[in-house]
Design a binder for this molecule. Sequence first.
Ligand code: PGA
Length: 252
Amino acid sequence: MRKPIVAGNWKMNKTVAESRQLVAELVPGLQAVDSVERVLCPPFTSLMAVAAMLEGTEIRLGAQDMYWEASGAYTGEVSPLMVKELCQYVIIGHSERRTYFGETDETVNRKVKAALAHGLLPIMCVGETLAENEAGRTAEVVSRQMRAGLAGVELKDGKSLYIAYEPVWAIGTGRAATADGANKVIADVIRPALATLFNAQISQEVRVLYGGSVSGKNATDLFTMPDIDGALVGGASLKVEEFVPITRAAVK
Ligand code: PGA
């Protein structure tokens, strides 16, 4: 059985002071849900402060991105070694990175490999745009992102990789995919791609999250689907009264 996971992607929100306040409010509610992997992904500037607050809890920390080189003259970038000092997880290839910051399947691939090489747990994001969805190209696009993002990746087992299926049209729009629709993409495209790239066992072990307008209202529906193992939560992860119930809804 796959342990459910709920990860909060704070995006470019919260100063250090605001992060401390949010974490103080989140921790009691999140600590009570220990059958779910709980991950907070604040901005880089808040990682250290949040890491200190999470010490002694089972709540884990993730970065929202990183570069693939270990060190060097890459002004503005953050390396896997720096992330590894504070975090266990790293989100790779979020659609906002692809859309606004020029990330490609190839950069995503390098980052996934670097994360694994440094013992970080990558949460690799895939998902089609509205135009691709309407053109009936979802399976083609998602399977290309899977193949290219994971090209040449070697895994011992399925526990060291996470995939987030995030249809771009559902992110921040209040219009989540239906539970059935999201489950179908995961079952028909993402797990088969994992089986082809790795093997059948790994395809059943990898946790696949859904992301895109997850809320306290739709979480239960999404989490009852057999192939959805949790959520990558954006907007609602900044609200205690949403994020804690979403995490509770992930309990099997
Ligand atoms: P959202 O974002 O929950 O605000 O739609 C999800 C994400 O981008 O990971």
